[in-house]
Write a new protein. Structure first.
Lengths: 225, 416
């Protein structure tokens, strides 16, 4: 999987690349408008991560040029501007998703996977993790072939874990993934815990292994044994 | 008071002043002329009498004097010749009558006489009344003409001013880039329009740069925060961290997260203040509340809070993001400060929204509740900006928000 990261802030770009390479992506970086524009004109990527504010030009123009050449290109906008107008313009131009700085790497990774999944497997869309299978179209989860009934939140949580397997995921990033900004400032860790407890129980009831490990003081880890 | 009324009052006062002074001067002047004229006539009549006496060597009859009375008093020798004034009371007309008199000597062969000619003057009462009447008529006419012309002229003259006023009233900083006034030839209004035009242009450009600044501040702060957060996220992936290291990293991570939330909340407040949420659309508040209750469902269940809703269908013109935030913060606040097993009652009518929740009494004063960074419990994790944002949104739409506490129930109500 080839990903182009267009981001002028080197340190941030390094972090993102480091995380994504750990997930097996092949990342290229463009740090200004011209090199970004050149790259999207010449090469094909599975997904482009695009910062709007770039030295030398507006990232939305890169998006426009890219979409003109390759209308089905996948793009996730990374923006420091939490501006409704920018978001609407970006999505109108054909971006698949919009993520606002600062974000959790686990969140970016989950969204990237979701975007690529939607593009590549139009039709059947299955994620497999040992004995766990998730059909993201029908939202049906099976363990060893047997369906498991999960609530919406448990389903989201499972998918988030599977996207970030073998990574330490902080409780904050889980809370933000499940509830967005809605629960801002509300102590939501207690019911993250109860969701995780339920999810673990449901997986194990159907004969699945206990993949969810608690990382002391930090969060959780979904371990591929 | 309208400018026209004010100028009219001054005009009126001035007119009355000028006319009363003018009347006085007029009266005095007329009186003097009358007297001088009488004196002149008296001199002429004296000459005539003397001529008559000289020619006829006899005293004349009154007829030579064209209606003025003459009296001859026999005297010895000659008396002083003079022009004088004489006043007598006329019992018939019940008024004083004024006469101008001339006294002179007439000498016949055998007898010397003192002749006195009386010439009646215009009666001063009559004179005064006449003048007053004339002046009053003139003044009235003048005032009426003045008022009417003032009214008409000011309508015409002040027209550019009212047009300018109307333009400024309708000027909307968010929608318009600049203001353009109608051309006028009046120097003062031209100056006013020029000043207003350059002022609004400046305001618009300042507003623009302020907006830019807000956005830039957001960008500049969010990027380093993003770096801190992502670096920490990578760091915690390390395998062999000691417990102490994890604790430290966690503390930094939490603080960075808190800083980021704080920054976003402050930016939001600034954006609301800068009217960056100007677009409005009809928001169905009752449906929004239903959706929010649904979103908070887990939290409500977790705290065993029972919800009671009395919602009438209400639609308000608001920016959807602000409406969302308002309801979210209010309900979130009512859940956050609720007790386990407590109650949450939401009432919505055309006039008001009230959110009632059980909870422990406040430890701070209720006036501080909507202030920024005021928290009931300092140890809590909240930013202390939730209700400040509520207040800011409410003032944006001229809603009134207040707080009450009674019998263990906190009530926050918003009047539309």
């Amino acid at each position: 999987m080839k990903v182009l990261l267009i981001e002028d802030e080197k340190q941030l770009a390094d972090s993102i690349v480091s995380y994504l390479e750990g997930e097996g992506y092949n990342c290229e970086i463009a740090t200004d408008f011209n090199s970004a524009d050149d790259k999207v004109q010449v090469y094909d990527y599975d997904c482009v991560l695009l910062d709007i504010t770039l030295p030398g030009g507006n990232g939305l123009d890169v998006l426009y040029h890219l979409k003109k050449r390759k209308p089905d290109a996948s793009v996730i906008i990374i923006s420091a501007k939490n501006s409704v107008d920018d978001k609407i313009r970006g999505l109108d131009l054909g971006a698949d998703d919009y993520i606002v700085k600062p974000f959790h790497l686990s969140e970016l990774n989950a969204r990237l996977k979701s975007v690529i999944r939607r593009r590549n497997f139009a039709g059947s869309n299955e994620i497999v993790f040992n004995e766990i299978k998730v059909d993201t179209n029908s939202m049906i989860v099976t363990i060893k072939g047997e369906p498991v009934v999960l609530t919406k939140k448990e389903y989201d949580l499972l998918l988030f874990f599977m996207s970030n397997s073998n990574r330490v995921i902080t409780r904050e990033s889980i809370a933000e993934h499940l509830w967005g900004e809605e629960m801002d400032g509300i102590d939501s860790f207690d019911f993250i815990y109860s969701h995780i407890k339920n999810l673990r129980k449901k997986i194990m009831e159907k004969g699945g292994a206990d993949y969810i490990q608690t990382v002391y003081g930090m969060g959780y880890k979904f371990i591929k044994k | 008071m309208k400018l026209l009324t004010r100028t009219n009052i001054y005009f009126l006062i001035l007119t009355l002043l000028v006319f009363s002074l003018g009347g006085e001067v007029f009266y005095k002047r007329l009186h003097a002329i009358n007297k001088a004229d009488a004196d002149e006539r008296l001199e002429q009549e004296k000459e005539r009498v003397l001529n008559y006496v000289k020619t006829n060597q006899a005293l004349p009859y009154n007829t030579v004097l064209l209606g003025d009375s003459v009296a001859f008093l026999p005297v010895n020798g000659t008396k002083e010749e003079k022009i004088g004034h004489f006043k007598t009371y006329n019992k018939l007309e019940k008024e004083y009558e004024s006469y101008q008199t001339i006294t002179f000597n007439v000498a016949l062969a055998n007898q010397a006489y003192q002749a006195i000619i009386y010439r009646p003057l215009l009666e001063s009462d009559d004179l005064t009344a006449g003048i007053a009447e004339a002046i009053a008529i003139i003044a009235c006419c003048l005032i009426i003409v003045l008022l009417v012309s003032n009214f008409v002229i000011s309508k015409i003259v002040w027209l550019p001013f009212y047009k300018t006023l109307e333009k400024i009233k309708l000027f909307d900083l968010i929608k318009e880039n600049r203001i353009e006034f109608d051309k006028t030839n009046t120097m003062e209004f031209k100056a006013l329009n020029d000043v207003l035009e350059s002022m609004t242009t400046k305001i618009v450009s300042d507003y623009g740069s302020l907006k830019k600044f807000t956005e830039n501040a957001s960008h500049e702060l969010q990027t380093p925060l993003a770096i801190i957060q992502t670096k920490l996220e990578l760091l915690i992936q390390s395998e062999n961290l000691s417990e102490k290291q994890i604790e430290d990293i966690k503390a930094v991570y939490d603080s960075a997260g808190r800083l980021s939330r704080l920054n976003q909340a402050l930016l939001l407040l600034a954006k609301i203040e800068n009217k960056q949420f100007a677009k409005t659309q009809l928001v169905e508040v009752n449906e929004l509340i239903e959706r929010k209750i649904e979103a908070f469902d887990e939290l409500l269940k977790h705290k065993n809070i029972s919800v009671e809703k009395h919602l009438s269908p209400v639609s308000l013109m608001m920016h959807p993001a602000l409406a969302d935030m308002l309801i979210n913060n209010l309900i979130g606040n009512a859940i956050k400060h609720n007790i386990n097993g407590g109650r949450l009652t939401i009432r919505l009518t055309e006039k008001r929204l009230s959110i009632e929740n059980t909870g422990n009494p406040l430890t701070t004063s209720p006036e501080d509740l909507f202030q920024r960074f005021r928290k009931n419990n300092n140890a809590s994790d909240s930013l202390g900006l939730g209700l400040a944002i509520v207040k800011e949104i409410c003032s944006e739409y001229l809603f009134q928000v207040d707080y009450k506490y009674a019998d263990g129930i906190h009530i926050i109500s918003v009047r539309f």
